[in-house]
Design a protein around this ligand. Structure first.
Ligand SMILES: Nc1ncnc2c1ncn2[C@@H]1O[C@H](COP(=O)(O)OP(=O)(O)O)[C@@H](O)[C@H]1O
Ligand SMILES: [Mg+2]
Length: 481
């Protein structure tokens, strides 16, 4: 089978081939400043080889989605899947030799990195029977294999570096050929860059990147200036799949085209200021995103129980010398709220807390029957979310929204819902950390993601970095407050 593709033309107009079979064995590194034409180059390579080999694209900016229209790549929106699902998808992609684009566009940076790493690990861990050859293209690779720690969490950095190192250093045996593009060589982890034997170097401004590029191309430092003068779409190539000597190439046209963004100048439209203002505000309310759907109705049994709790004594009659149901519940509430306010209580294990609770109940003559562990955990969560000062209807509403949440995440949800009911944009971070029993910002972010996926909250990021957290189902109660 023919394994060459034409990547572009030399200065004299002759075609420059790239040997894809060779590329699978020797990998490729592309460098160039933003706008130098890296993504275009990757697209040309992908389009021309789409019929020859399976392709997997890690696409942080949503640039490659249109490959699916022209070449049948399956589009995977990273934001729609859990980590476990992303890994499972990666395994199936290997099994079925599907060409895909993993779009990370809808995610925050750290989540983009984690999603890509999880996905790459899945590709890498596929069983031996599924080690088919595939190009794995990673655009903006400095994000996924950063040379210095930067702002991402340490565990994320380790996760992604090991995934990228696996791809570039140990992927070959498994059929995976890494093709990475970066704006700056100095920002890309050295061991990831070092594994590529083919290079395409585009326009580069900074001396440090230019020198490293010249070194990789085996050019003398004096000649490195050439790299600064390259035009958009022009690259210097070297490597077993391209050429034995540095070779200038102008990358050829593409069929699928990136998302076009108008560049250059475009005069503003000729519209009166007042008309423009009207245009922008016309039916704005209709254009704004609709309110999230209300939560499912509360199960009848729950409501009945709630009513019984609020109006006790109707259904149960205690012997005269025992505290009444109401008295007992009040005593329990007292103990719970006392415990919830104690320093460090939420950081203790549930079983320790429960033991403590049981002891206090035994010593309190007001308590008729203590709670079992399950009931205790829910009531403790409710107590630590300090809902007492809310009006009873609102409180019941908030509690009912959390009915199907597990005990360990109930308290933080209630705190979020309380903040929303009080008209705050988002809950107090410290309080959230306290009731969740964890001050790890990473854990709390994952918790919010979890609530968002399960539809318990809607997060709206606003310009200027602010955000608002909405709790679907609270609107009717809080409207007009
Ligand atoms: N070889 C080329 N031929 C035609 N247009 C190109 C070529 N290379 C890049 N472009 C155009 O230049 C712009 C920037 O290219 P892009 O690939 O997005 O750069 P980068 O990914 O390096 O930031 C895009 O609009 C792209 O279509
Ligand atoms: Mg790009």
């Amino acid at each position: 089978m023919r394994s060459d593709i034409i990547i572009g033309q030399a200065a004299d107009g002759s075609d420059i081939p790239v040997d894809i079979e060779e590329l699978l064995a020797s990998r490729l590194l592309v460098q160039g400043n933003s706008g130098s034409g890296k993504s275009h180059l990757l697209r040309r390579l992908l389009e021309e080889s789409a019929k020859l080999v399976q392709q997997v694209v890690i696409d942080p900016e949503g640039d490659f989605a249109s490959l699916s229209d022209h070449f049948g790549h399956v589009l995977i929106d990273g934001a729609s899947y859990s980590p476990a699902e992303i890994e499972a998808l990666a395994l199936r992609i290997r099994e079925h030799r599907a060409s895909v684009v993993l779009s990370l566009e809808g995610l925050e940076v750290e989540q983009q990195i984690r999603c890509a790493a999880q996905f790459l690990n899945g590709l890498f861990d596929a069983p031996r029977d599924h080690w088919f050859p595939a190009l794995v293209v990673v655009d903006e690779a400095q994000m996924f294999a950063p040379s210095v720690a930067g702002e991402i969490g340490e565990d994320t950095r380790r996760l992604t570096l090991s995934a990228m190192t696996n791809l570039m250093c140990r992927g070959r045996k498994r059929g995976l050929a890494g093709i990475v593009a970066t704006q700056r060589l100095a920002k890309l982890a050295k061991n990831v860059a070092a594994e590529a034997s083919n290079f395409l170097m585009g326009r580069t401004f900074l001396d440090i990147d230019m020198q490293r590029a010249a070194d990789l191309l085996g050019m003398e430092r004096r000649q490195a200036e050439r790299i600064r003068d390259l035009e958009r779409g022009h690259f210097l190539g070297l490597g077993p799949a391209i050429s034995r000597r540095p070779l200038a190439v102008k990358i050829g046209p593409v069929q699928s085209g990136p998302r076009t963004v108008e560049s250059g100048l475009l005069p503003p439209p000729d519209v009166e200021a007042a008309d423009m203002e009207a245009l922008l505000h016309e039916e704005l309310a209709v254009a704004a995103p609709p309110a999230p759907p209300p939560p499912p109705p509360r199960p009848v049994a729950d409501v009945a129980e709630h009513i019984e709790r609020a109006a006790p004594g109707v259904a149960t009659a205690e012997p005269a010398d025992m505290p009444s149901h109401t008295e007992s519940q009040q005593a329990i509430d007292r103990i719970l709220s006392q415990m919830a306010q104690e320093d460090g209580a939420t950081f203790r294990s549930p079983s320790r807390l429960y033991q403590d609770f049981a002891t206090r109940c035994r010593q309190d003559p007001g308590v008729a029957i203590p709670l079992d562990l399950t009931e205790f955990r829910r009531r403790f969560a409710i107590a630590s979310a300090s809902l007492d000062h809310l009006d009873p209807a609102l409180r019941a509403q908030i509690e009912s929204l959390g009915t199907n949440l597990s005990d360990d995440v109930l308290a933080p949800f209630l705190v979020i819902a309380r903040a929303a009911a009080e008209g705050l944009d988002e809950p107090d971070e410290e309080e959230l950390a306290r009731v969740y029993g964890s001050s790890s910002t990473g854990r709390i972010r994952r918790l919010l993601d979890h609530f968002e996926r399960s539809g318990h909250i809607v997060v709206r990021n606003e310009f200027g970095g602010g955000r608002r957290i909405f709790v679907p189902g609270l609107e009717e109660v809080t409207a007009g407050r």
